[in-house]
Design a protein around this ligand. Structure first.
Ligand SMILES: Nc1nc2c(ncn2[C@@H]2O[C@H](COP(=O)(O)OP(=O)(O)OP(=O)(O)O)[C@@H](O)[C@H]2O)c(=O)[nH]1
Length: 291
């Protein structure tokens, strides 16, 4: 994968390419950069407090040293959550949930393609029957990724029935992984959560749910997180997927989101192409964020 740097790291580049000695201004600029990058007030304060303490304890004077201390601190905090995907069951059933437009369908296409590289046989289920276009879009992605798909038999079919049929087929035909797309929007939040609950219950009649991945659009940062609150409370989420990190000025959200939700980031999307999805590696991310 080509190396990517988020526009946010420019804020840091300015600080780190300025004067070489740490001054009051360095700390002010660092605070502004962290807030601008959407680390959020709590993480920003915690990072600044620990860096100040360490700088004074170790009598650090150079900005370049502060930079590597920041990189290490970010990496350490990112690494506090386990990004491992648990896909050892056969079939491993993955539910993909999230507000509409965040990139669920695109993520499923990329994820199916990514898993195929590990010689997995994959079937996807179009349980977002609320929008006809969503089924078609998933069909296009399944074709691109070269995986099979279970579609509703008619428009508006019960999403739980599609989920059931997907898992039934996965078991009958010996697939390794079933990935199920779900709706992002219903008239009411309660209705959506009831629907997801039902999808889950019918799946569990046949196989356990291995992962419930909540997709979040990184460009919406903390706002997007507020919109996804109901999923976190009611959908039994096991991991996060952050999409649209390419060109996002909100790279700090990567850290804030884990600490706010207590959930690990398991995948990140960095573009609209089929190969633009990767696992989450704290070391690489800290490097990309801080530079
Ligand atoms: N730049 C960029 N765009 C992305 C990424 N992931 C998804 N998108 C784009 O985001 C838009 C929405 O993606 P979808 O996959 O349709 O989102 P969804 O959550 O399935 O939406 P609904 O089906 O309406 O619920 C599309 O235009 C995608 O190309 C990403 O990582 N980077």
């Amino acid at each position: 994968m080509a190396e990517r740097t988020w526009s946010f790291s420019k804020a840091f580049r300015n600080i780190f390419s300025g004067p070489t000695l740490i001054t009051d201004e360095t700390w002010d600029d660092l605070e502004t950069a962290l807030i601008t990058a959407d680390f959020g007030p709590d993480v920003t304060e915690a990072l600044l407090d620990s860096l100040r303490a360490e700088v004074s304890r170790l009598r650090v004077t150079e900005v370049s040293e502060l930079r590597s201390m920041l990189r290490d601190a970010v990496e350490e905090r990112l690494a506090a959550y386990d990004p491992t995907l648990h896909l050892s069951e056969r079939p491993a059933v993955i539910l993909v949930v999230g507000v509409n437009g965040v990139g669920k369908t695109t993520t499923i296409g990329k994820f199916a393609n990514y898993l195929k590289a590990f010689d997995k046989r994959i079937v996807v289920g179009a349980a977002d029957t609320f929008r006809a276009a969503a089924v078609e879009q998933l069909g296009t992605w399944a074709e691109r990724a070269g995986v099979d798909i279970v579609k509703p038999q008619q428009q508006g079919q019960d999403p739980a029935a599609v989920a059931f049929q997907t898992v039934e087929r996965a078991i009958a035909e010996g697939y390794d992984i079933a990935i199920i797309d779900t709706a992002g929007r219903l008239q009411t939040k309660g209705g959506l959560m009831d629907e997801l609950g039902k999808v889950r219950r019918v799946i569990e009649k046949q196989a356990p749910v291995a992962e419930v991945l909540l997709v979040l659009d990184a460009t919406t940062g903390q706002n997007g997180l507020a919109q996804a609150e109901a999923f976190i409370e009611h959908a039994g989420v096991t991991g996060l997927v952050l999409t649209k990190l390419d060109g996002s000025a909100k790279g700090g959200f990567v850290l804030a989101v884990q600490e706010k939700t207590g959930l690990p980031i398991k995948l990140v999307g960095q573009g609209e192409g089929i190969t633009d999805l990767t696992g989450f590696t704290p070391h690489v991310f800290a490097q990309q964020l801080v530079g």
